[in-house]
Design a protein around this ligand. Structure first.
Ligand code: ZN
Length: 215
């Protein structure tokens, strides 16, 4: 992440570098981003410093080009410091929330584990690092991190998947890297303001067309 934004003018296809103001999350990569209205939100990521992971949340306003830190990197609250997670925006009962799912980060110097979530330290991963299947909500109007009740087929610890909104209160999660390797499972996620229900669809095999496993 740097302090200039790359802007593509869709009508002309021309790219422009524009300076920004405020407090950008400099240096992070493999963060998660989601937009609500005129704001783009950025969560977490990894610096090039060894073992330097973040759980901060920033907003960037596309009219003012100003950055704001909403929630700092800290071991005291929220999702673990991680990267390769994903984030979407949902709207329930007129309230905006960001939803952060999964990801990968160090087990030391991190937040305490989320009740109900699983953490997996794979052999191929850097030692002391783990994948998780945390699900957190961030309520924009109050700035609070919330742990929802999770029912149904909760995805396993996972990173490098896609998470895409279907409508204001549902989303689809596909693929990713899990304990067994890469996945091609699909999860449909349905949200309320305090819960998420997950249903898994897997490749029925035979002559059915299904995307390949990928993470
Ligand atoms: Zn760093």
């Amino acid at each position: 992440m740097c302090s200039v934004m790359e802007v593509c003018h869709l009508r002309t296809g021309r790219w422009e570098q524009k300076p920004t103001t405020g407090n950008p999350p400099l240096g992070v990569k493999s963060y998660a981003a989601a937009a609500i209205g005129r704001e783009i939100f950025y969560f977490g990521g990894h610096c090039n410093h060894d073992g330097c992971f973040h759980n901060s949340l920033y907003s960037f306003n596309v009219d003012t080009f100003n950055w704001k830190e909403l929630s700092p990197t800290t071991s005291h609250h929220g999702p673990m410091m991680k990267h390769l997670c994903d984030m979407i925006a949902i709207k329930v009962n007129g309230e905006d929330y960001l939803v952060v799912i999964g990801g990968y980060g160090p087990s030391s110097y991190n937040t305490s584990q989320q009740p109900g979530a699983q953490y997996y330290e794979a052999e191929g991963l850097a030692s002391g690092h783990r994948q998780c299947n945390e699900i957190h909500f961030y309520k924009l109007s109050t700035g609070q991190w919330i742990s929802p009740t999770v029912t149904g087929d909760r995805p396993p610890p996972i990173d490098k998947f896609t998470l895409t909104s279907i409508n204001d209160s549902s989303a689809i999660l596909f693929g990713g890297s899990i304990a067994d390797g890469d996945s091609n499972n699909v999860y449909i996620l349905n949200f309320t303001d305090t819960s998420v229900n997950c249903s898994m669809l897997s490749n029925p095999g035979g002559s059915v067309q299904w995307p390949r496993k990928r993470g």
